[in-house]
Design a protein around this ligand. Structure first.
Ligand SMILES: Cc1cc2nc3c(=O)[nH]c(=O)nc-3n(C[C@H](O)[C@H](O)[C@H](O)COP(=O)(O)OP(=O)(O)OC[C@H]3O[C@@H](n4cnc5c(N)ncnc54)[C@H](O)[C@@H]3O)c2cc1C
Length: 426
């Protein structure tokens, strides 16, 4: 099959838009925009025949620009974005869809899938990283709602992966971060969710350590319906520093929110009942700064971790996110999917904001500050990683999981065609 009708080359109209994602601008030799699995297979075949390295792009939100590539072929799946109901609450979503439009389409049927906090993040990348959303404690990771996937392999075959079809591939797709083929569609079990109680409770910054301690104690007794993120914001321009607690209560009694309202001095509170699809927001990363990002999954939010977070935040220029896990997320057997760090009770994500032209020693200092927090975790979440060293790969997957992923890789992509990712070498 010729691919010229879906190819955008340097110099073509639209090339500048096609070579740009939210996180990167590159100089691909060609951007291919397939709209069927057969065209995806032809795209892979073309890249291999021409000796072009491949980047696979769904939403293009990967922080390292993995959905883009200099001198290679980008397979951009944005044309594969259909959302179809297939019966019994199941939904088939094209991998190139974005979560905001997907949530709106599901809302028309009173359904929702727990999947991130941002409108424009891609279904393809978020799902294969795991997917930490606003109902993670109630319904688990996004992959915990996945029932099957359609995949175009490195050899150009279109296969189905599910618990009963190519089960090794199905296991690896759930947390394997996009190493095994191009997923063209996912089938999920959606949940009947119309509205949730969602909003922000803002606190005075009078005692940061006490706020973190209070959050940990309140979340230890919280029902699965309640998922929260505590954010310590540095000051930006005209915006003063602040502490904000984002809450999402997906069912149950709103009295579940009360313990959180007494963890500090509340200065604002806009929690209200809202349609789930409307709580996803667009992110506006600060411009002109270099974020040095780290994340770590922690088993407990204990005193040493609280001290480290409070100290790093007090040093200035740093945002700290504390996202709750546990609940349904933690009841999945670690061997059930390739996302193995199921004992984590929380995810800490932090970025130090440096001037865009910060010298290496300043970057190293920001990384060293992060390590005072990061070294207390049990591993990392691929979705929020800002570097891809061997240590980063080892932090995403425990040794046994990584070895099992390698075996699957050897079966489905022995030549490592799909290596523009947190790579599992065959
Ligand atoms: C503003 C923002 C908010 C975020 N919020 C959340 C959140 O709330 N929860 C959360 O869990 N994560 C979140 N993330 C992280 C997000 O899940 C990852 O960045 C994810 O990789 C983005 O997916 P994408 O499809 O947009 O990215 P892309 O850059 O297109 O792809 C990411 C990786 O997946 C591979 N890939 C993508 N699609 C496919 C496919 N169909 N088949 C095979 N491989 C594929 C790519 O090759 C690449 O390696 C957020 C990121 C940003 C930038």
């Amino acid at each position: 099959m010729s691919i010229e009708h879906i190819a955008i080359h340097p110099g073509d109209a639209g090339y500048d838009e096609a070579r740009t994602t939210i996180t990167s601008v590159a100089e691909p030799a060609v951007v291919l925009r397939p709209t069927t699995p057969a065209e995806v297979a032809a795209s892979i075949g073309h890249a291999r025949a021409e000796g072009l390295p491949v980047a696979v792009r769904s939403g293009g939100h990967n922080a390292l620009g993995f959905g883009n590539i200099d001198g290679g072929a980008v397979i951009d799946l944005s044309g594969l974005d259909r959302v179809e109901l297939i019966g019994e609450g199941r939904v088939r979503i094209g991998a190139g869809a974005q979560w905001g439009p997907a949530a709106s389409a599901l809302a028309e049927h009173g359904l929702a899938i727990t999947a991130g906090d941002t409108v424009s993040v891609g279904v393809g990348g978020l799902t294969q990283a795991g997917g930490i959303g606003w109902m993670v404690r109630k319904h688990g990771l996004t992959i915990d709602s996945l029932v099957a996937a359609e995949v175009v392999t490195a050899a150009g075959d279109v296969v189905r992966a599910s618990p009963t079809e190519n089960a090794d591939l199905f296991w690896a797709l759930r947390g394997g971060a996009g190493n095994f083929g191009v997923v063209t569609a996912f089938e999920f079990q959606a949940q009947p969710v119309a509205t949730v109680h969602f909003g922000t409770i803002a606190f005075a910054l009078d005692d940061v350590a006490q706020l973190l301690k209070g959050w940990a104690a309140a979340m230890a007794g919280a029902p699965d319906e309640l998922t929260t993120t505590l954010v310590l914001m540095p000051g930006f321009g005209d915006f003063p520093p602040g502490a904000m607690l984002f809450v999402c209560l997906a069912g149950g009694d709103t009295t579940a929110l009360e313990p959180l309202r007494s963890i500090g001095t509340v200065v604002a509170d806009d929690v209200s009942e809202r349609p789930y699809a409307e709580i996803l927001e667009e992110a506006h990363p600060p411009e002109g700064v270099l974020p040095v990002i780290g994340n770590t999954l922690v088993e407990t939010v204990d005193e040493p971790l609280i001290d480290a977070m409070a100290t790093a935040y007090a040093a200035g220029g740093r945002v700290v996110f504390l996202r709750s896990l546990g609940g349904a997320f933690g009841r999945v057997d670690p061997a059930e999917t390739a996302f193995a760090h199921r004992r984590a009770e929380a995810l800490v994500v932090s970025a130090g904001f440096l001037p865009a032209d910060a010298p290496e020693d300043q970057i190293a200092d920001a990384r060293a500050v992060w390590r005072t927090i990061g070294d207390q975790g049990i591993g990392s979440y691929a979705g929020f990683l800002g570097s891809d060293t061997e240590d980063d790969i080892a932090a995403i997957w425990p040794t046994e999981t990584l070895e099992r992923l390698r075996q699957v890789k050897r079966t489905w992509d022995p030549d490592n065609v799909f290596r523009r990712n947190f790579n599992v070498a065959p």
